[in-house]
Design a protein around this ligand. Structure first.
Ligand SMILES: Cc1ncc(COP(=O)(O)O)c(C=O)c1O
Length: 466
């Protein structure tokens, strides 16, 4: 469905009818943005919704439609939109200056909270960046500088931001081969320095480390793409052992899982402590920010030293907005509330309730589908999936999983549209919760989900999944 002329379903007609203001803005946006949107994930056909305001679990679009929001700032807003304590901290700081061109106490407080919450940083150090992407970039550079090695191991579909090294999955040796087309704009040397392996594949990691020159292994500890394709605890434990034995730096990308899977992130949840963690999203309480945190001797590659020759070995890291006071104030307020211990029990109950309501809805409507989550507060839905499909540990399992996922894409787009028409805004196949989603929100979402399935089934849009 790409143009208005293609409209056939009630679903699409309703979507267009409810969003005339968004349509006008999208037409205007296409005059200034190549893809009409400002983040790949916000692209939506026939046009995305344009929002004007958000509070708590809700947001409103330019046409006056209200939504229960499950984007939650791409996972940054664990306390919900415009949380009073976070907003007050940020507004107070904005009045006192958003950039002091100097060091400030808030950045120390912010880093101290990270070291108190995150096991890998408890005796370690912190370095702030402006985004999760920058945090990945810095973690890879630190690992290479510390080990004196070049190669990076990542895992297929694990997302670490849009930097050259990890934005694509490069591995020409995989059998059966993956699509080996090289995306434009990324130097060959950069691609060749990174090897993407099947998730949870112990043998593949072992082989690659044996080949030598591996500086680090980076992964989303909860699973690929915010936990969509799970990582398993025994694999994390095994990774910890093999990286330690081989002097390879283990990096957990906790941009999503940090402060979400538990106050101490996935590493606390799975009880596996990496050498370094990257952070973002919740770290800044909904304001831009990122960080690398972890083992002192690796982080010390950033240190200024008077030693002869050190400057040539030191990792450099400028960045105008590193630890800016606005994000530091908001981040401190958010992490303080997480430290109080009330956020996680409540958000996890809400997530589990939503997940089981979705599974009931699949069953009641006779549609083959599954709702799952590697952390309770992010719920995934997939058509045609069964729990066994999530157990991927080699390239064959991965390819089967990808095929299932590809079969889903169209149905998920329909589902999103049907949900949006009912006042619920999912992030593709994800529903990201916040602490302020209420029981009523969850119930309304469950009803909207069931009704959407019925509508899609009635319109013949889910034929492959009946
Ligand atoms: C696991 C993970 N790492 C890194 C990033 C990149 O963070 P940012 O968008 O702040 O650059 C993301 C963003 O969604 C992410 O999900």
């Amino acid at each position: 469905m790409s143009t208005e002329e293609d409209i056939e379903t009630y679903l699409d007609k309703e979507y267009i009818k409810k969003h005339p203001g968004s349509k006008l803005l999208y037409e205007r946006a296409k005059g200034v943005f190549a893809r009409g949107v400002t983040h790949d994930a916000r692209f939506f056909r026939p046009m995305p919704i344009y929002c004007v305001e958000a509070r708590g679990s809700r947001k409103w679009d330019v046409d006056g439609n209200e939504y229960i929001d499950y984007w939650m700032g791409h996972g940054a807003l664990i306390l919900g939109h415009a949380h009073p304590a976070v907003t007050e901290a940020a507004v107070n700081q904005a009045r006192r200056g958003t950039h002091l061109g100097a060091s400030h106490e808030l950045e120390i407080e912010w880093a101290e909270k990270v070291t108190r919450l995150l096991p890998c940083a408890s005796d370690g150090l912190v370095e702030f960046t402006s985004s999760g992407t920058e945090a990945t970039l810095l973690a890879l550079r630190l690992s290479r500088a510390y080990t004196g090695r070049q190669r990076v191991i990542k895992f297929l579909s694990h997302f670490h931001g849009w930097l050259d090294y990890t934005i694509i999955d490069h591995n020409p040796d995989l059998s059966p081969p993956l699509d080996s087309s090289y995306p434009p704009g990324i130097p060959d040397g950069t691609l060749r320095s990174v090897t993407a392996l099947p998730p949870n594949d112990i043998e593949a990691v072992e082989r690659t480390i044996e080949e030598g020159d591996v500086a680090c292994v980076i992964l989303e500890p909860g699973g690929a793409s915010m936990g969509y394709l799970p990582t398993y605890k025994p694999f994390l434990e095994w990774l910890r052992r093999i990286t330690r034995e081989n002097g390879v730096v283990l990096i957990f990308d906790e941009v999503v899982t940090g402060f979400r899977d538990s106050p101490g992130g996935a590493q606390e949840h799975y009880d596996v402590t990496p050498d370094l963690s990257t952070l973002g999203k919740i770290l800044g309480g909904g304001y831009p920010g990122g960080a690398v945190a972890g083992r002192r001797e690796i982080m010390e590659m950033l240190e200024f030293r008077d030693e002869e020759g050190w400057e040539g070995m030191r990792v450099r890291h400028p960045g105008t907005f590193n630890a800016n006071p606005l994000s530091a104030a908001a981040g401190n307020a958010c992490l303080s509330l997480i430290m109080d211990g009330y956020v996680h029990p409540e958000i996890n109950v809400a997530g589990r309730t939503l997940r089981s309501a979705f599974n009931d809805a699949f069953e009641d409507s006779g549609i083959q589908g599954l709702a799952w989550g590697t952390t309770d507060s992010i719920v995934y839905v997939g058509f045609g999936f069964s729990p066994e499909d999530l157990e991927v540990s080699d390239i064959h399992g991965y390819i089967d999983f990808q095929k299932k996922k590809a079969m889903n894409n169209e149905a998920i787009a329909h589902l999103d549209k049907a949900m949006i028409n009912r006042g619920v805004h999912p992030m593709g196949s994800r529903f990201i919760l916040s602490r302020v989603h209420t029981e009523e929100d969850i119930q309304k979402t469950a009803i909207a989900f069931y009704e959407s399935l019925k509508e899609l089934r009635g319109e013949g849009l889910l034929k492959e999944f009946i």
